[in-house]
Design a protein around this ligand. Structure first.
Ligand code: NIG
Ligand code: FE
Length: 418
């Protein structure tokens, strides 16, 4: 039985519609007190007050009493790198002692060290690691998660990473996983000093296999000073688009004035991610081209950077999504409560904007807004329930995980033990 009723909720809170919300619209939420929701066959049938239960035979449903609780759409974490081998706790300690993320990378640490470990990890091991990580996403109320490749950088390992996402997505008790091919995440040892040839390798040798085996929905690149420059990025992104993939970029994370967001606008990326150093021109380029500004405050926190200018982006009419960037280096954290706290306190986003950013805007940044990201009839019943009397407690009781239940496509996949 995949039929479900959630009733008596102190609040059901959701954005509306299937689109990326920008500017003032980000603050618009629908709030239903004493809320009820009916789902059948994994999809939402009705949302409203107790009257929607009139004439319904509740014995045919799994009934969840949400008295005193707040019900939200499941969170959409639209930027992670959650399949990788090894860990980098040593680097984290070096950074605590004053080393910078880029200087560690220049010395051959950083992504290259994860690449070595990832190349040595089997598909079975990826899947075991992936299952554990998905359990943790679920504990935080996440029902959709994006996952990138980019720690293999050679054909076999990139494909193995993407196969892990695919196999995990097909497990009966999995959440919705959206895979992204991120070949140009770093320049592998064997291509040092030959960036352009490496881009050709990604486009000519790897991408056709990704496409043929249907292993990714998006393509992504790390556009950054000392990694891939604007010209190299444009060539890669054009190639990906020609092959039929929607595109994303890691843009304006570290260097100032690099022009990543401007390129994301020009190329009509679905999202540009990080944006800690975005320029006003970059903000306009994203806004005018309908690109999601996907902000990753846990990474800014972890690398002790300034935060992305969320307030300015929204005030200028742009669209902000929020995601974790979960990865072994710059951000080994999947904490949604900490994202909410940092977004409210350091990025000056309102509780309403934060909810939009991590639900419908996250879904839209994955081109999943037609079926997920809000609690509306016809969409998947992807639901997160919190032990708080209203949604403002998610910011007020900061950095504490209040999620007590996560429902994916009408199935209760996580329930907190009493
Ligand atoms: O989004 N910036 C580039 N890529 C990742 C970090 C990868 C790593 O440090 O392993 C990011 O922060
Ligand atoms: Fe990232």
């Amino acid at each position: 039985m995949n039929n479900l009723i959630v009733k008596n909720a102190s609040q059901i809170v959701t954005s509306k519609g299937n689109h990326l919300h920008k500017g003032k619209e980000m603050a618009e939420l629908s709030i239903i007190e004493n809320g009820c929701l009916i789902a059948e066959d994994g999809k939402i049938k009705a949302v409203g007050g107790p009257e929607i239960l009139d004439g319904i035979d509740e014995s045919k449903y799994e009934v969840i009493d949400a008295e005193g609780k707040t019900v939200l759409p499941g969170f959409c974490d639209s930027h992670t790198h959650f399949i990788f081998g090894g860990y980098r706790e040593d680097e984290f300690t070096w950074r605590l002692n004053g080393d910078s993320y880029m200087s560690i990378m220049e010395r051959g640490g950083g992504i290259s060290s994860t690449t070595k470990a990832t190349r040595a990890t089997s598909l079975e091991e990826f899947i075991d690691l992936g299952k554990k990580r998905i359990k943790s996403f679920l504990r935080h109320g996440v029902t959709t998660v994006e996952g990138k490749s980019g720690y293999g950088l050679d054909l076999d390992t990139e494909i193995r990473q993407l196969k892990a996402y695919k196999e995990l997505n097909e497990l009966p008790d999995s959440i919705n996983i959206v895979p992204t091919y991120m070949g140009p995440h770093d320049i592998p040892e064997e291509y040092k000093g030959r960036n352009s040839e490496f881009i050709d390798f990604c486009l000519d040798e790897v991408l056709p296999v990704v496409k043929k085996e249907n292993l990714a929905k998006f393509c992504d690149i790390f556009t950054e000073k000392g990694v891939f420059n604007i010209e190299e990025s444009r060539k890669y992104l054009e190639g990906c688009k020609k092959t039929g993939f929607p595109i994303k970029m890691h843009a304006d994370e570290i260097a100032e004035g690099f022009g990543g967001a401007e390129l994301a606008g020009e190329m009509k990326c679905v999202s540009a991610d990080h944006l800690l150093q975005i320029s006003d021109e970059g903000i306009k380029a994203l806004r005018d081209n309908g690109v999601s500004a996907t902000l990753l405050p846990l990474t800014a926190f972890s690398i002790k950077s300034r935060y992305a200018p969320a307030r300015k982006i929204i005030d200028m009419g742009g669209a902000v999504s929020l995601a974790t960037d979960f990865n072994p280096g710059s951000c080994y954290s999947e904490s949604i409560p900490l994202i909410i706290a940092l977004s409210a306190i350091y990025m000056e986003m309102s509780p309403e904007e934060i909810i939009t950013a991590i639900t419908i805007n996250g879904a839209s940044a994955l081109l999943e807004g037609d079926t997920r990201g809000t609690l509306e009839p016809g969409k998947y019943a992807d639901i997160a329930i919190f032990d708080v009397p209203n949604y403002r407690f998610l910011t007020y009781h900061f950095a504490v995980n209040e999620c007590i239940m996560t429902i994916s496509e009408g199935r209760v996949l996580y329930k907190r033990e009493k």
